[in-house]
Design a protein around this ligand. Structure first.
Ligand code: FES
Ligand code: FE2
Length: 431
């Protein structure tokens, strides 16, 4: 078994490039990261009615998320127990049951096997149908409408797993009492890069913005007024547990935000949202504003977008991206927000293109026999992080790679541990 302890150092901030390109590391990640962690599956607004379903992935495993006829949300491996056919090949829909198109085994929307062709004549009624339902995801739970699942029955409860990250997620999905909703479908695309480059960038890389995105900024895809100072002012927060958030100072009624090129959205933020957030989220509204982040391991968010970085090999990532808006926002503004999202972070979005190119080239240029022996430097701000009494998590006042150090430390901890019990014993299950 691969020994990962030499690959990541929290003390020095050095991380081996091997973890971004190596097949053996990748295989172990599927077991120890993706088969253990709470992974984002869908949003409840995608499943408003009994029988509604959406397809999802957990690592490389296809999953079906279904609201059963009694209204409960379940998740199952999307593979027939008979010979493995994908039971449902639609992305989304409504069904009372799923009939496998290979030999016709049929599963109820609660996952139970309810029909087998030839049950009497070919199986002599000896097949124990109770035992051959769809394989359930071990734990399914939701936070503020966001549905998560884990294949590990011993994983800590979702709220404990999210830890301090829940405080920051509220700004995104629960800043109005009605919560948020998904608009439009899921954008999906493949990138030739390791999934961690993307997770790491969203977790805490504000450093790249003025350089990587300069042309998009000059073209007017975001406010020219978002200067380096604005990008870097405020606290940089690492909520532990591998999660990371890039923040700005809290909502300021005089600020032009999100961008001055979208006056209707600005107006909504400042005339509707701020007041309501004060009521709903309390004083934190003016303390800090999360703008980009990653929920460990592979769920990231930015204004109006959530995305999951599905691993597809050490050097391939499949992105699933959703547009999220406040449920109570006026309909015409939801459309504006969708446009805002897709021009910046849709598959052809200006910022998305910039970011993807970096991650692809970082992967490509780390793959050689000599390059993979080198290390990445995550030492920025090392030793300057501290606990701030006002907000949860480790913070740093200047740009820092504290969040990436935290992400890779968590990654290494999970990779090295035999089980969640090991991590509990070391006292860091929710950290
Ligand atoms: S593979 Fe599904 S019924 Fe045979
Ligand atoms: Fe970026």
């Amino acid at each position: 078994m691969l020994d990962v302890k030499d690959l990541v150092s929290r003390e020095t901030g050095l991380v081996s490039r091997q973890i971004f390109v190596d097949q053996e590391v990748y295989e172990m990640e599927l077991e120890r990261i993706f088969a253990r962690s709470w992974l984002f599956l869908a949003h409840e607004t995608q499943l408003p009615n009994p029988g509604d379903f959406v397809a999802a992935y957990m690592g490389e495993d296809p999953v079906l998320v279904v609201r059963d006829s009694r209204g409960k949300i379940n998740a199952f491996l999307n593979t027939c127990r008979h010979r493995g056919m994908r039971v449902c090949r639609a992305d989304a829909g409504n069904a009372a049951a799923f009939t496998c198109t290979y030999h016709g085994w049929t599963y109820g929307n609660d996952g139970k096997l309810v029909g087998v062709p030839g049950y009497k004549e070919y199986y002599y009624e000896e097949l124990d149908m109770e035992q051959w339902g769809l394989v359930p995801v071990a734990q399914v739970d939701s936070y503020a409408g966001m549905i998560f699942g884990t294949f590990d029955s011993s994983a800590p409860p979702l709220l404990e797993y999210l830890g301090d990250m829940a405080y920051y997620l509220d700004f995104l999905v629960h800043r109005r009492p009605e919560g948020s909703e998904v608009v439009g479908g899921v954008n999906k695309w493949i990138m030739p890069c390791n999934w961690k480059f993307a997770a790491d960038n969203f977790a805490g890389d504000g450093y790249h913005v003025p350089i990587t995105h300069i042309s998009a900024t000059k073209m007017g895809f975001t406010s020219n007024r978002i200067s380096v100072q604005q990008r870097t002012r405020g606290l940089h927060v690492s909520p532990q547990g591998g999660h990371g958030v890039i923040t700005r100072p809290g909502f300021n009624p005089d600020a032009t935000w999100p961008v001055d090129e979208w006056p209707q959205i600005n107006e909504y933020y400042h005339q509707t949202l701020v007041g309501e957030m004060e009521q709903h989220l309390g004083p934190r509204t003016h303390l800090i504003e999360p703008i980009v982040g990653t929920c460990f391991p592979n769920l990231s968010f930015e204004f109006f977008t959530m995305r999951v970085w599905h691993p597809r090999g050490p050097q391939k990532t499949e992105v699933w991206s959703w547009c999220f808006v406040d449920k109570a926002a006026p309909e015409h503004l939801k459309r504006e927000m969708q446009l805002f999202h897709s021009r910046r972070f849709g598959p052809g979005g200006a910022f998305e293109q910039d970011d993807g190119e970096n991650w692809n080239q970082c992967t490509y240029a780390s793959n050689g026999r000599i390059s993979r022996r080198q290390e990445f430097n995550y030492s920025m701000g090392l030793g300057h992080e501290r606990y701030d009494e006002n907000v949860p998590g480790l913070t740093c006042e200047s740009p820092s790679e504290v969040r990436q150090r935290n992400l890779y430390s968590r990654w290494a901890e999970l990779m090295a541990a035999e089980s969640w019990d090991d991590i509990r014993t070391s006292g860091s299950a929710g950290r």
